[in-house]
Design a protein around this ligand. Structure first.
Ligand SMILES: Nc1ncnc2c1ncn2[C@@H]1O[C@H](COP(=O)(O)OP(=O)(O)OP(=O)(O)O)[C@@H](O)[C@H]1O
Ligand SMILES: [Mg+2]
Length: 237
């Protein structure tokens, strides 16, 4: 078996000197694939994402990217290695314009960012239309597009999204999922937390159900959707 492209491998850890929130938790994603993490509120989904991105002290286990152990790297160093992260909250600069948000996303780059920005605008045409507006004036769905666009500005090889469709209508959710599939098709790996579990698992190559900081179920999205136990407990029947 070959190692997945990005793996948080049997991670245990918590916040500060507090108790472990994650218990031997493993999440991973392969090149160009979509992996989805679902589970109840407080299950540790965001904590697992933060651990993979280096915002949490991993007391046991490891994070590897392309076979390299990056467990000790800072989040900024991980961005330089090709990771992009869109957190669950406060993921845009509301007082800055859309375009300034995208420029901020490229802060680590010293080369010409114009082409990447054009690609982001091609993916999310509404952002081009609203590029000179304050991001805080945009709708929920458009703000999430700004957040995803900002993360794409570093040209990541793996994009981590924590609830990208939170608070948007079903139609906007479908559109966002379509764009995420488009991003994955360009070869970028997607590791994503979703509360819209059923819809997310439908587009997932791999799915993780987390409960109380532990892996409860891991399988293809399709298999999880068909699993009676998973359906009953986590997908509303
Ligand atoms: N900054 C923090 N400091 C201390 N404890 C925290 C912190 N953030 C989260 N926790 C705790 O960690 C546990 C897991 O929270 P986490 O946010 O990872 O869950 P989640 O699965 O993302 O939930 P949700 O679906 O509500 O987003 C909870 O008990 C929570 O109270
Ligand atoms: Mg969360």
């Amino acid at each position: 078996m070959t190692e997945p492209f990005l793996i948080g491998d049997t991670m245990s850890g918590g916040y500060g000197s507090g108790p472990d929130i994650l218990h031997d938790c493993t999440v991973s994603v392969d090149k160009g694939e979509i992996a989805v993490i679902v589970g109840p509120n407080g299950a540790g989904k965001s904590t697992a994402m933060k651990a993979v991105f280096g915002m949490l002290d991993v007391r046991q286990g490891a994070v590897r990217l392309g076979g390299e152990d990056i467990t000790k790297l800072t989040p900024q160093a991980r961005v330089a290695k090709g990771m992009g992260f869109v957190p669950q909250t406060n993921n845009i600069f509301t007082s800055m314009t859309v375009e300034e948000n995208l420029e901020m996303g490229a802060f680590l780059r010293h080369d010409d960012i114009a082409q990447t920005m054009a690609q982001v605008y091609e993916l999310f045409p509404i952002l081009h239309e609203k590029r000179n507006q304050a991001a805080g004036e945009l709708s929920g769905g458009q703000r999430q597009q700004v957040a995803v666009g900002r993360a794409l500005m570093t040209q990541p090889t793996v994009l981590m999204l924590d609830e990208p469709t939170a608070g948007v209508s079903p139609i906007v959710m479908d559109e966002l999922f379509d764009r995420i599939i488009e991003v994955a098709r360009t070869g970028i790996s997607i590791l994503m937390v979703e509360q819209n579990a059923r819809q997310a698992l439908e587009i997932a190559d791999k799915g993780y159900v987390l409960v109380q900081g532990r892996n409860a179920y891991t399988d293809t999205g399709k298999a999880l959707l068909a699993d009676p136990e998973v359906r009953k407990s986590f997908l509303g029947g």
